[in-house]
Design a protein around this ligand. Sequence first.
Ligand code: FAM
Length: 439
Amino acid sequence: TKTIQDTLAEIIPERQAIAKELRSQHGSKVLGEVTVEQVFGGMRGIKAMLWEPSVLDSEEGIRFWGRTIPECQEVLPTAPGGKEMLPEAMFWYLLTGKVPTAEETVQFQNELVKRSVLPSHIESTLDALPKTLHPMTQFVIGVAALNHDSKFAAQYKAGMKKADYWVPTLEDSLDCVAKSFTIASRIYRNTYLGGAKDMPALQMDKDLSFNFANQIGFGDSEGFVDLIRLYNALHTDHEGGNVSAHTAHLVGSALSDPFLSYSAALAGLAGPLHGLANQEVLRFILDMVKEIGEGASNEKIVEFIWSTLKKGQVIPGYGHAVLRKPDPRFMALQQFGESRPEVAADPVFGYVNALYKTAPAVLTEHGKTKNPFPNVDAASGSLLYHYGLKNFDFYTVTFGTSRSMGALSQVVWDRALGLPLERPKSLSMGAINKLIGSP
Ligand code: FAM
């Protein structure tokens, strides 16, 4: 069975040749134009970044190396006894563009779990943080501190050829993904369970999601473990322009190592318009339950949505900067809930469905958002909540363990393809006026 290192060493020259051909044969072709509105409008729609693992279509949603979510669910290996695709298999696929065999998946999983052991200085750093510090801030600190042992940083300092950059970048990225899971479980125990001293040891023959679930006290729940697998596989990557992925790519372009790059990405994921939205959705649903009760009519739900909009607040979990249809990641999570009778009967999950039936029409009538449909965050929190993970300040941390796999896969490709420092041009309003010939 080939290792990830050998597999990538084989694939990289092929894709370097494709990149060389694209640049030399088509380097001056035009991909689009940039308008003044886009400069003010958060650069929406500007095609200006290379991103290999996934491409997002506004109508059909994400494709990972050309495959839709249902197609990935069809081909990616599952854990023994589990029904959901393994995030380890998805990570291999994101890195290589090739579906791993069952043997490659097991070997890769074992390698990652071995790497997930934390150095003692990271444990003591996390243990010293106040329990009142938001779990995402703790996550940023833990991941940044892994830079202490960065192979990329050490080899760069010692003098390394550019052609070799991807090798220690891959090593650090594997470490960063693996250790993110154990950092996350330690943060959970420290914040909600009074400390990490009773944390179960890692089980080296099990997958990352099982170990994470087990370490935070949910190892006995088959449904929760499989949910964590699906959740982690689905949130990995959503092309390059979103805040977390773009940040990892940008910071990595300065040759900051993968730990620093991903720590910065996590700081972006912690914003309420991005990853923090999944905790906001749960807060929204629980507020709604408090106000209109469980199992309220659609009319009452519509009233509650309007009252939120009239306060000038957004409906969390709805809208998207690129998507213009319901998010297939939302659909996959909803299907997960629907296929399990005890989840389908949960009133909080019921509200996810009721919102899906009512919110798009209200948002359309409200007339502001370009996309009235649910994004991934509309469903994810309710499922965690159902299984008993009720500390919703923690939800974005599970998003963060997953996103590391997509963002860092591209950071490996950034170094393999020799991409340079990212440095777009900015303009002042005076400079814009001058450029467009306006007085
Ligand atoms: N509820 C109410 N208003 C909304 C809305 C929503 N769910 N989504 C967009 N709008 C408003 C938006 O605030 C803006 O209003 P102003 O003109 O007054 O500023 C207007 O509609 C146009 O926005 P847009 O062009 O449709 O969206 P953007 O591309 O600017 O922003 C989102 C995209 C996701 C930030 C936005 O839809 C939003 O705030 N949604 C709620 C928060 C959320 O669910 N975020 C998670 C996104 C998720 F995919 C992720 O990153 N994990």
